[in-house]
Design a protein around this ligand. Structure first.
Ligand SMILES: [Zn+2]
Length: 211
């Protein structure tokens, strides 16, 4: 569950592609529609970002992408959004739920983490993970990843999905963004002896994950 289009590709694209390749049904829930005006006055349209999201999810092998269309930069944490995500949890019954970190520097990411905690209450989702979209997004002292996924086989797929977000790719410097994403995956891979890895902070994990 990403606050914005492109969040989960950055945070977990390699893992999502790996799970899809293994035959799991992977769904992407995007809470805001993504359109916004940046600090330089450039406007990104909802439709354009949504279209890019659809392309990216196809690349990753994601089964379906669901948009809840809240306003970017103003994602609420209230009964409305929680009950809408609750209904999706009832319908999809996810084994693993990945979203943002509660100490992320973006208010929408923070809100998404809170929504994740609310809907996964009392074991409704048994495995809950928080990640980081870009380096230093969550407070570096707060983000303590313990769960590492070897994405050596899917790093190229992840990068292709990131390139599919043409507007965001350009905004973050094109191939410079790709270099940062690749370096981050290399950095985390080093910890485990993998070439590339993504990592997550474990909020909750059930032993059925090993079955
Ligand atoms: Zn975001």
């Amino acid at each position: 569950m990403g606050a914005h289009p492109d969040d989960m590709e950055l945070e977990a694209g390699g893992s999502l592609a790996k799970f899809a390749k293994k035959g799991y049904d992977v769904y992407l829930l995007i809470l805001t529609s993504g359109g916004y005006t940046d600090i330089n006055g450039k406007t990104y349209m909802d439709d354009q970002l949504k279209e890019e999201a659809v392309q990216a999810t196809k690349i990753l092998g994601i089964k379906d992408v669901i948009f809840l269309d809240y306003h970017t930069k103003d994602l609420p944490v209230n009964g409305d959004v929680i009950s809408r995500v609750d209904s999706l949890i009832n319908e999809l019954r996810p084994d693993i739920f990945i979203s943002h970190h509660p100490f992320d520097s973006h208010q929408d990411h923070k809100a998404a983490a809170e929504i994740m905690f609310a809907v996964s209450r009392q074991g409704r989702v048994k495995n809950v993970l928080s990640g980081s979209t870009l380096p230093y997004r969550p407070n570096v002292f707060a983000f303590r990843p313990q769960f590492f996924v070897d994405i050596t086989e899917t790093i190229d797929t992840k990068i292709n999905a990131i390139r599919a977000y043409k507007t965001q790719y350009q905004k973050f410097g094109g191939e410079i963004l790709v270099e940062h994403v690749e370096s981050m995956a290399r950095h985390y891979g080093w910890a485990m002896g993998y070439e590339y890895a993504e990592c997550f902070e474990v909020i909750r994990m059930d032993d059925s994950i090993w079955e």
